[in-house]
Ligand binder design. Structure first.
Ligand SMILES: [Zn+2]
Length: 306
């Protein structure tokens, strides 16, 4: 079954809910980056959150970036998504090996360590907006729950899980985000808290064969749950040779001083591993084109078409 997520409301629209099944997406990330099991779990949780949070964006050109910086051995993780729930991401150190946590689980909290989580939304034109807060546990779901409360004043329950097979491939992955909107009653909050307490883990729900619909039904089924939309989600990198060349050219001559000496440039995409090579001549031309268009824009008198 392909990965997808659902968007739903409950309690007269006072609750917003998202649930996702992301096994293939996380397995794709694992293969791309050759991550160790602990890092697969960390990156998989972050990618799953990014898929759901990306689907909350409105516009085609909007982007959401989740970034974790920690003092643990993995050092940091990045996940980027768009409104179509297409995600990509990477871990700074992909091959961290750690013994299981005292509870016998993959020790994501220790791999990440203490640090910060930030959420950046780039909404078309204009400066992107970034909110940052301290990590609570490094387990990611808890950190995002805290982020939503502290930074966006939106009480939320975030659950994220990745379960591995014996051979270190991804067996299950998924999660949910449930958010309280203004005007929610105490009675609804109490009922929701009771339901959430009864959940063992997101991976055990997925392992028992539950779909995202089943998961939200279990939590919100008697609270007037309405499933609004089903969105496919996948690991997809949108890098291209043209865009990479433009980004490089944007750095300008000074940052690329080897180009003047006629040396070629190689760029590796951090998200998908794609390698782009540019001869000095091609890069020189791109820089010249960019500088010419910038100069033309500066010199153009008002109203003159250039
Ligand atoms: Zn790429």
């Amino acid at each position: 079954m392909s990965d997808y997520l659902i968007k739903a409301i409950a309690a007269d629209g006072r609750i917003r809910a998202y649930a996702a099944s992301t096994r293939l997406l996380v397995e794709t990330a694992r293969r791309r980056h050759n991550t160790s099991p602990t890092v697969t779990a960390a990156l998989g949780r972050l990618l799953t959150a990014a898929a759901m949070m990306g689907s909350m964006l409105k516009g085609e050109d909007e982007r959401l970036t989740l970034k974790i910086s920690g003092d643990g051995p993995v050092q940091g993780l990045v996940a980027v998504s768009n409104a179509r729930a297409e995600v990509k991401g990477y871990a700074f150190v992909p091959d961290v090996l750690l013994p299981p946590s005292p509870a016998g689980k993959l020790d994501v909290g220790r791999a990440v360590g203490a640090g910060t989580i930030s959420v950046t939304r780039a909404i078309g034109v204009g400066e992107p907006f970034t909110g940052t807060c301290q990590l609570v546990s490094g387990e990611i779901a808890e950190d995002l729950t805290y982020y939503y409360a502290a930074s966006e004043q939106t009480p939320s329950s975030v659950a994220l899980g990745v379960l591995m097979n014996q051979n270190n491939t991804v067996r299950q992955a998924g999660g949910f985000i449930i958010q309280l909107m203004p005007g929610v009653t105490e009675e609804v909050i109490a009922r929701l808290e009771e339901r959430l307490r009864a959940i063992t883990s997101i991976t055990s729900m997925l392992e028992s064969g539950m779909t995202p619909e089943d998961i939200l039904t279990q939590v919100l089924g008697d609270m007037d749950l309405k499933i609004l939309e089903r969105v496919p989600t996948a690991y997809r990198c949108d890098c291209s040779r043209e865009r990479t060349l433009e980004t490089l050219a944007g750095l300008g001559k000074k940052s690329l001083d080897w180009v003047e000496k006629g040396l070629p440039t190689e760029v590796v995409c951090e998200f998908c591993g794609m390698i782009y090579q540019f001869e000095a001549e091609e890069l020189r031309e791109a820089i010249a084109r960019r500088e010419a268009s910038r100069a033309a824009a500066d010199d153009a008198p008002d109203g003159e078409d250039v």
